[in-house]
Design a protein around this ligand. Structure first.
Ligand code: PLP
Length: 432
């Protein structure tokens, strides 16, 4: 196979070919199934394609809370790019210290130490290592929970499909049903003094699963009672996504370790962080070389963090996520019900993390494809084929909202015609 040196700009066929031959055949096929568009530019809530289309971006798996290329983040990152993008890692560097301080100001009181990383999974790995330094080698997470795909994080991710090809994973790792505090208590009793519990405030990849009220408080109480480390994975839910700065705030809990990522880099840089109590961080405090990686805390990423936190604060994005989320939950729920009837199991969510669950696997995927036709990019859910997920940015304008609802209505109408013959006059899905 010869290398393609495209006369520019390369078109769909060339990029598709390169995906197939250089990246992943499966990814190439999936891209084609989803319409084969090439995304080339993004600004705010919109992404543009090589064919000249503009699509409303309710995707990005939760990264784009402040939309694409937010001016405050761009300013911070551009300025740093022209000063000192990558540190010596020998001298002290101001951006990392300032970013850590800005983050500590936003998390629940008592979380004071920060370790920066690049991906969510790396933050999870760091939390597992912190647990080990404290003698907590019994890991407990939840079925359907998603914590990433590196070997340690994958041990916690409660999905057999992703785990099976890579066994053996970390030993002494168990899963309990999300929301089930009795099951958690049983496991904790069996591992008293040695457990580390890792949970999400809302399970994002499981298909936006909300816990029963009081769950986080109960988990905190059980962890305290059994001397377990409580790690709250807010990589998807944090920074305003749920209409509160953190899921922790919704129940006024303070975990021993809080994980954040995704939107932390302002939609521009890959950054994650582990924020811990000084007690949990003791070993890392003592020895800065115990856990390192080359790009951890690099100044360019740290500038993005500072820009992101500033933008969220200045533009009141947390409250905007809360209000927009409440409106969208109502409207999306009404429209989906109108078209899909009993085939719709539930529309649920908190803030701008919304899930549309169907009673069978087909419609979520078909609606995802149809929405792209209608001008909206949504997400599937890695741990549930039944749920279509919307993670819109908090910067949607009223006309963006109208666009989204109109497109959603059209997409539902088109797909419901295939699934719900009596309502829409189409063929029964059983006959397709
Ligand atoms: N934890 C949660 C709650 C997530 O939603 C994700 C990603 O979706 C991760 C961890 C892993 O993050 P990353 O994909 O950046 O490794």
């Amino acid at each position: 196979m010869t290398t393609v040196t495209p006369a520019h700009p390369p078109g769909r066929a060339e990029i598709g070919h390169l995906y197939r031959t250089r990246l992943s055949k499966g990814r190439a096929t999936l891209g084609e199934l989803l319409g084969g568009e090439l995304e080339t530019e993004s600004q705010g809530a919109w992404v543009s394609t090589a064919s000249g289309r503009r699509l409303l971006n309710c995707s990005g798996y939760g990264v784009l809370l402040m939309g694409a290329r937010h001016p405050t983040v761009v300013r911070h990152v551009t300025d740093q790019l022209h000063r000192n993008p990558v540190a010596t890692r020998v001298l002290l560097e101001p951006q990392a210290a300032l970013a850590a301080d800005a983050l500590v100001a936003k998390v629940p009181h008592g979380l004071e130490r920060v370790h920066f990383a690049c991906s969510g999974a790396e933050a999870v790995e760091t939390a597992i290592k912190i647990a080990r330094t404290l003698g907590k080698d019994r890991l407990i997470s939840t079925y359907g929970g998603y914590h990433g795909k590196t070997m340690g994080a994958l041990s916690l991710t409660g999905k057999e499909l992703f785990q099976q090809p890579f066994r053996p994973l970390l030993p002494h790792t168990t899963h309990v049903a999300y929301g089930d505090t009795d099951a958690l208590e049983q496991r904790l009793s069996a591992a008293s003094g040695r457990a580390c519990v890792v949970i999400e405030p809302v399970q994002g990849e499981a298909g936006v699963v909300l816990p029963p009220p009081g769950y986080l408080r109960a988990v905190q109480r059980l962890c305290q009672a059994h001397d377990a480390l409580f790690v709250l994975d807010e990589i998807q839910t944090g920074l305003g996504r749920l209409g509160a700065w953190w899921g922790a705030d919704l129940e006024a809990v303070t975990p021993d370790v809080l994980l954040t990522g995704k939107g932390l880099g302002g939609g521009i840089m890959p950054v994650s962080a582990v924020v811990a109590t000084p007690q949990a961080f003791t070993a890392f405090d003592k020895d800065p070389y115990l856990h390192t990686s080359t790009f951890s805390g690099m100044p360019l990423a740290m500038a993005a963090v500072r820009g992101a936190l500033t933008a969220i604060e200045e533009e009141d994005l947390v409250a905007r996520a809360r209000d927009l989320g409440a409106q969208l939950l109502d409207d999306i729920g009404r429209i989906a019900k109108e078209h899909f009837g009993d085939l719709l199991r539930e529309v649920r969510g908190r803030g701008l993390l919304l899930g549309i669950e169907f009673a069978e696997p087909g419609p979520a995927g078909d609606l995802l494809v149809e929405l792209i036709q209608q001008g909206v990019v949504a997400n599937h859910s890695l741990n549930s084929h039944l749920v279509l997920r919307l993670t819109p940015p908090a910067v949607l304008t009223p006309s963006d909202v109208t666009f989204l609802l109109t497109a959603f209505d059209r997409a539902c109408r088109a797909q419901a015609a295939r699934y719900v013959p009596t309502l829409e006059g189409g063929a029964s899905h059983a006959q397709r």
